[in-house]
Each structure stands twice: as C-alpha cells, then as structure tokens.
Ligand binder design. Structure first.
Ligand SMILES: NC(=O)c1ccc[n+]([C@@H]2O[C@H](COP(=O)([O-])OP(=O)(O)OC[C@H]3O[C@@H](n4cnc5c(N)ncnc54)[C@H](OP(=O)(O)O)[C@@H]3O)[C@@H](O)[C@H]2O)c1
Length: 338
C-alpha cells in the first residue's frame, strides 16, 4: 500500500536532546538521480548530536532537520535517470541525513550495496568508523609494523576500529578510555595480549602510557577526543611521530605545540577528515574492511539497539558519556531485500 505519511524524529531548533521531537512528515519523493530508502537502522553518529546543537560551523544545516547520516535500508523507489533495478537493493546511505525517519532520500550514486552475509544492522555501523580509522592509520599516519600507537576514545566506534586495524598492521597498541567499564569493553575489542587499554581518568595514566611505549615514545597518536587530555600528547609522542586529530568530542585540544617545540621534538601534528582523505586515496579501504569485518577479524562495536521513539534519551546518554561503541537506532528493522 502506498504511504503518504511517515514517522520521523526531527530537530526544529538547535538544542539539547529534548530538541529531537516526533513528527509526521510526508513520505519524500525521489528527484532526478535520487533513490528512496525504506530505512532499517541508523547508526548514532556524533555528527548527528553536534548538528542538533548546531556545533559544526563547517557543516551548516537548515532546520527543521532530520538527523541520521549513516543508515541502511532497502531501496523502494527511484527518481528519473536511476536504473529501476536498484529497487529492492539493501544499501548503506552515508552522505545524506534523514535516517531518523521511515523513509529517506539519497543520491543513488552515493549508495553502497551491502554484501551478502552482512545484516542491515551491522551495515549501519561498520563503514564510517572503520574507514575513518583505516585512512587515519594508513593515510594520515602511515602506520608500519612495530609502530607504537596510542588511540584516544578507544571505547568509541572509531577508536575501537582503529585499535584493531593498527593491531593487524603489526603495531603495538595502547587505547585510552574513561573508567573501568569502558576499559573492559575496549580491551575485549582489542583482543591483543601485547596491547593495553588504560583508564585516562586515573591521574597516572601518562606515566603508564610512557612505560608501555618505552623510551622512544609513541610513533602515532590518534586523537578524536581533544579536550584537556590532548595536552599529554606532546609528552608522549616520539621522534618522527605523528599526532593525527580526527575530531574534538571533548572540546578543542587544550594545548598545541609552537613550531620551535615541533622542531626540537622532531614530530608533527596533523588532522584529517574521511571525506578529504578518501577523495585523495580512492576507495582503497573498502574491500579490505569488508573482507576483515565479514571474516570476523575486525569486530564492529555495535553496543545496543534502541527504537526510534527513544532516540532523544539515547542522545542524552551519549552526551553523558554513557554510550560505548556504536549505538543503533532501529527504524524499520531487518526487512527483506537483496
Ligand atoms: N575526521 C573524520 O572524518 C571523522 C569521521 C568520523 C568521526 N570523527 C570524529 O572522531 C571522534 C570519534 O568518533 P566516534 O564515532 O568514535 O564517536 P563515539 O563512538 O561517540 O565516541 C566518542 C567517545 O568520546 C569520548 N567523549 C569525550 N568527551 C565526550 C563528550 N562530551 N560526549 C560524549 N563522548 C565524549 C567518550 O569516551 P570516554 O568517555 O572514554 O572519553 C566516547 O566514547 C569524534 O570526534 C568524531 O567527530 C571524525
């Protein structure tokens, strides 16, 4: 039966988690080059929460706004110029918002088909975090076997994937997470007796990290966290080391390093966005990530699944730092498709 209206959770004005409000919206119609998805799951991405608060100056959105940048579903209609054979395909949408609704629109060319053997739930979580971690390590930081790698926010989705990818590149990995529950979660995902995850809420964590890395310090520090903790990076990085900033969930990094300090320490500080590095390097990571995830060697850190109606409470828990890995929002759930 053709639907005229759909359930959605929308942000009418920027604000806290309570700004996410239920709404009945018209089912969108795909325009030229677009496909419409019957949404299955959306991954709760930090960018959704940041845009709810209008915190990303470089990514302005118009309100009302339906979050959900990374979501899966089954294509149920296509617009002009799109091959009708796409209808029925199980896909990941990763560049258009709108996953917090029963139907979403996306440019058909930007959809990623899910392989056989990957469910729509894992499909909504695996790619953003894995690709960011892969390009950060193999692109921005140029990881090699034997490197000592420090990963901030190790219990977060990007951090959890980064630890596993660095481990399998032959690196010696140390993660950082806030509190014993997150430390245990991250250790389980790292699954490496040669690695370690430290609780950065313990004041002596920099000394423990230094002992782990040895006198040469860390070769790579991946920092998607920023905030006050980032100040310690400069005392932990080794000669020719690379500090790569991916984001600043805890706020702007408390301290940077003046050029004379960089010269004296012989290390570099950089940053990256997935979009820019992937555009330069091509989709090199995709087949590797799919191979490792489908083989179970890289475990996608899906931690919980909540119904769409409870997404405001989930955002509140994210901001209270009570969410680990990638939480999923169930919209239509596992639906048929090919
Ligand atoms: N550059 C890119 O292309 C790109 C792509 C994807 C993501 N990112 C960035 O990478 C970072 C990690 O992403 P993610 O998807 O892994 O995030 P996530 O799963 O939500 O993890 C974020 C972690 O940040 C820590 N945190 C610190 N301050 C927080 C706060 N005020 N609210 C909530 N959590 C806080 C928490 O760990 P603790 O409690 O242990 O500190 C949490 O586990 C983010 O900054 C994100 O924007 C960048």
């Amino acid at each position: 039966m053709k639907r005229a209206a759909m359930r959605a959770m929308v942000v009418r004005e920027p604000g806290g988690p309570e700004a996410l409000q239920p709404a009945d919206l018209p089912v969108p119609q795909p325009g030229p080059g677009e496909a419409r998805l019957r949404v299955a799951y959306a991954g709760m991405n930090p960018v959704d929460a940041m845009l709810r608060r209008a915190r990303l100056e470089w990514m302005p959105v118009r309100y009302p706004f339906t979050p959900g940048i990374e979501h899966t579903g089954v294509v149920d209609a296509v617009g002009e110029g799109v091959d009708a054979a796409l209808v029925g395909a199980r896909v990941l949408s990763r560049v258009s918002f709108g996953g917090y609704a029963e139907f979403s629109l996306a440019p058909a060319a930007a959809l990623v088909r899910l392989p056989d053997g990957m469910g729509l739930a894992v499909g909504a979580a695996y790619r953003g975090c894995s690709s960011t971690a892969w390009y950060a390590l193999h692109g921005a930081a140029r990881v090699t076997a034997g490197d000592r790698v420090l990963v901030h926010s190790a219990a977060g989705a990007v951090g959890a994937m980064a630890m596993q990818i660095a481990r399998d590149a032959g690196a010696k990995v140390c993660g950082l997470a806030g509190g014993p529950v997150k430390v245990a979660f991250a250790r389980g995902l790292l699954a490496d007796p040669a690695g370690e995850v430290l609780d950065y809420l313990q004041p002596d964590w920099p000394a423990q990290a230094r002992a782990f890395a040895g006198p040469g310090g860390f070769d790579i520090i991946l920092d998607g966290n920023g905030g006050a903790v980032a100040a310690a990076n400069h005392g932990l990085i080794g000669v020719l080391g690379r500090i790569v900033h991916l984001g600043a969930t805890a706020g702007a990094p408390a301290a940077s390093a003046p050029t004379p300090q960089l010269i004296a320490g012989s290390y570099s500080i950089g940053g990256m966005t997935l979009r820019a590095v992937e555009a330069k390097m091509g989709a090199a990571a995709d087949p590797i990530i799919l191979r490792e995830v489908l083989a179970g060697r890289w475990r996608v850190p899906v931690s919980e699944v909540v119904p769409l109606a409870e997404v405001a409470a989930l955002h509140a828990r994210l901001e209270a730092r009570q969410v680990m890995g990638r939480a999923l929002i169930e919209v239509g759930g596992e639906v048929g498709g090919r």
